[in-house]
Design a protein. Structure first.
Length: 89
């Protein structure tokens, strides 16, 4: 993730609401070292896929932005403005 030029991950969530089925996560800051992950989030993939939370270093519009399309993420337009770390819009 830290090496990828665009730093965008796509997640397809079939259990999410229709507006949140496809989520593009664009990382703005470096992914925390493995040692930063404690408790429920055991690593970055787990944080992104199973235990969505604001720690470690996972604050909307500070550490990452969310988008509905890859093109929006690459062009930094139409970023989501809110996230409760469970249901984002």
């Amino acid at each position: 993730m830290n090496q990828d030029l665009n730093r965008v991950i796509h997640r397809h969530c079939s259990d999410c609401s229709a507006t949140n089925t496809d989520i593009y996560y664009k990382r703005l800051t470096p992914v925390p070292d493995q040692s930063a992950f404690t408790g429920e989030a055991t690593d970055f993939v787990n944080l992104f896929t199973d235990n969505w939370m604001s720690t470690p270093n996972n604050i909307l519009n500070t550490d990452f932005k969310l988008y509905s399309t890859y093109d929006d993420a690459i062009n930094d337009v139409n970023a989501w403005t809110w996230c409760d770390y469970c249901k984002c819009v």
